[in-house]
Design a protein around this ligand. Structure first.
Ligand SMILES: C[S@@+](CC[C@H](N)C(=O)[O-])C[C@H]1O[C@@H](n2cnc3c(N)ncnc32)[C@H](O)[C@@H]1O
Length: 293
């Protein structure tokens, strides 16, 4: 199931009933004066944070026990995010540092800013699902021996590149016919893959109240999770629908299967047997069953 709803998320959340959400990816506008077609990204600070508080409170109400919230924000807003999580009744599990593999934002009187935060919180003190993923990044220079089976994921994520503007956004970025990006804040597929693998099982229900171009749903569909995405901008809603109907190779999560192949029981978490592919020959056959269709 993939539901795409057009409208304001708070209004829509008051009027929908798909059952309780098991995970929410919260990637709102950051109130930093970016261009949005249907949203003013320069609200007074107090208005903006009251809005975020209402959204977090509403999501908690609509979530299952132990459900996960991943709240993405600028690093300078860490204090407000932690306050809101606490005041709305969520339990903080991790403050993830997402070092985005792009240039730092320079500063004249402080260190350059090189990361965003993702607050991972749950409804209640224990997550209903948490898969501690093992990843297989390149060996750091000082290491003498190859690892046998990857490393456990920590709360510092420095291996997922943001889709920056221009050339480096790569072929994952959705583009209009004139080559312009359709949505400059489009999230990377790999970010959502990691979040959904960590905190959901196949069949779970995932919410994205600021769905944009539908990255969450595109990943959820491939992992056999159900998803609901709400988006206020009709052009983004159309882009999301087209993206789901007309599947692009650049949205394929299978290219990351090897990277997570050392995670215990990854076949069950992934939710499907990865298709036979060159990617899965050799080492990964030990970890991912490649006998499916
Ligand atoms: C940071 S972007 C999310 C991008 C998304 N993660 C993706 O991969 O495309 C925030 C989105 O929230 C949408 N938005 C702004 N106000 C909204 C509201 N009140 N309700 C629902 N969506 C809203 C914007 O149009 C924008 O697409």
């Amino acid at each position: 199931m993939i539901e795409t709803i057009s409208g304001d998320c708070l209004t829509c959340l008051d009027n929908i009933d798909y059952g309780k959400f098991d995970l929410t990816f919260l990637d709102p506008p950051f109130n930093q004066g970016k261009e949005y077609r249907n949203h003013k990204d320069n609200l007074p600070e107090s208005v903006y944070w009251e809005w975020m508080k209402d959204v977090c409170r509403k999501i908690l109400e609509l979530s299952s026990d132990g459900a996960a919230l991943y709240f993405l924000q600028r690093e300078k807003n860490t204090g407000e995010v932690l306050r809101i999580i606490k005041e709305t009744g969520w339990t903080l599990q991790n403050l993830v540092i997402w070092k985005k593999n792009t240039s730092a934002i320079p500063g004249m009187y402080r260190f350059g800013k090189h990361y965003q935060i993702i607050a991972f919180a749950t409804k209640g003190s224990r997550p209903r699902v948490f898969h501690w993923l093992r990843i297989d990044p390149p060996l750091p220079n000082a290491y003498r021996f190859q690892r046998k089976d990857g490393v456990y994921l920590t709360d510092v994520w420095d291996d997922i590149r943001e889709l920056t503007s221009g050339y480096f956004a790569g072929d994952e970025a959705l583009r209009a016919e004139n080559g312009e990006r359709i949505h400059k804040q489009q999230s990377p597929i790999h970010l959502l893959l990691r979040i959904l693998l960590s905190s959901t099982n196949p069949g779970d229900l995932v919410l994205d109240p600021f769905a944009g171009t539908g990255t969450t749903s595109v990943v959820a569909q491939q992992l056999q999770r159900r998803s609901v995405g709400i988006e206020i901008d009709e052009e983004n809603v159309i882009a999301k629908k087209e993206r789901i109907e007309d599947f692009r190779k650049s949205d394929d999560i299978l290219r990351y299967a090897d990277y997570y192949a050392y995670t215990p029981e990854i076949e069950n978490i992934w939710g499907q047997q990865p298709k036979r592919s060159k990617l899965y020959q050799g080492r990964s056959q030990l970890h991912l069953s490649c006998t499916g269709s």
